[in-house]
Design a protein around this ligand. Structure first.
Ligand code: SF4
Ligand code: MG
Length: 312
């Protein structure tokens, strides 16, 4: 039997890329392709679902099934894809404006379900596609060259929000360190349940505050770089016993506290992880009533056609 070996090249497409030169999105794209290659996932067993924004174009550049959906709707569509075909590895991708602004309700409620999928947010602090307005992650009072005036609203903390919402794998990555990001993405895909990575991504066209030079500055303690990895300092956010409520709460509170570190010291890596049954496994165990859900046991395309016909 011939064992097929996939490389990053197998996940690339010939589609013309319209991202600006030097955009951090390229680093994330490379990391996704390297992560899929690390896991040796056949392209036809992967689906990438995106919302709207610069990063929403990612499925066009990845050789896998792709679905470029509506603004803020990557997660519900990815959930539907996974439930319709649990054999697929499903990635939802999109920007900070898409996921934390327009899609904020879906962001929180997806954490409650624990469907086995991975959500990657390209977080650049701005709405790049619409010329650089402040996104939900731009701190109040800051002003980039793309903004007419300083941000007037407080920013959100996506990691804290994800942990509080029930995500079972919560991490932060950096677009311009694609090797470590690829490893993080592979870990997230291997996690059973909903995995979330907030990826710090440079937008050289509109965000002149969070630049690659700013991220590279040696501002940390003892001359350490601003960005550092939690696991390099021995941090372990994994919950050993998910039935131990005290441990779960303690790990969550600690991870949330670390997620507020910003400025001179910005931690990367896995903040929190817990293995509990996925939504799909609960369906199989009768924990949820399949007959109350729109996904039938032997769902066929013709059933969908019949369903749509009933509304004509
Ligand atoms: Fe990248 Fe910013 Fe250009 Fe969008 S506007 S493609 S985020 S550099
Ligand atoms: Mg953005």
């Amino acid at each position: 039997m011939v064992v097929q070996t996939f490389t990053s090249r197998d996940y690339k497409t010939d589609t013309h890329n319209t991202w600006c030169a030097g955009c951090g999105d390229f680093g994330v794209l490379n990391a996704i392709q390297a992560g899929l290659a690390e896991l040796q996932l056949p392209p036809h067993e992967v689906a990438v679902v995106s919302g709207i924004g610069c990063s929403g174009k990612a499925p066009h550049y990845i050789n896998a099934y792709g679905f470029h959906t509506l603004h803020g709707r990557a997660l519900p569509v990815a959930t539907g894809v996974k439930l319709a075909n649990p054999n697929l590895t499903v990635l939802a991708v999109g920007g900070d404006g898409d996921g934390y602004g327009i899609g904020a309700g879906y962001f929180m409620n997806s954490g409650r379900r624990n469907v086995d999928l991975t959500y990657l947010v390209f977080n650049n602090g701005v709405y790049g596609l619409t010329k650089g307005q402040a996104s939900p992650t731009m701190p109040k009072g800051l002003k980039t060259k793309g903004m007419a005036e300083p941000a007037v609203q407080d920013n959100i903390n996506p990691l804290a929000l994800a942990i509080a919402s029930g995500y079972t794998f919560v991490a932060r990555g950096y677009a311009l360190e694609p090797k470590r990001l690829a490893r993080l993405i592979a870990q997230a895909v291997q996690h059973r349940g909903t995995a979330f990575i907030d990826i710090l991504q440079t937008c050289p066209v509109y965000n002149d505050l969070y630049t690659k030079e700013w991220y590279a500055e040696k501002t940390g303690s003892n001359g350490r770089a601003r960005l550092f990895y939690l696991d390099d300092e021995g941090y372990d956010g994994r919950v050993a016993d998910p039935t131990n409520v005290d441990e779960v709460v303690e790990k969550k509170v600690h991870a949330i506290a670390r997620s507020y570190e910003w400025g001179a010291n910005i931690p990367l890596g896995v903040f929190y992880q817990m293995e509990v049954p996925t939504f799909e496994e609960q369906l199989g165990q009768g924990g949820l009533r399949r007959d109350r859900l729109p996904v039938e046991e032997n769902f066929e395309y013709r059933d969908l056609t019949r369903l749509m016909d009933s509304f004509r």
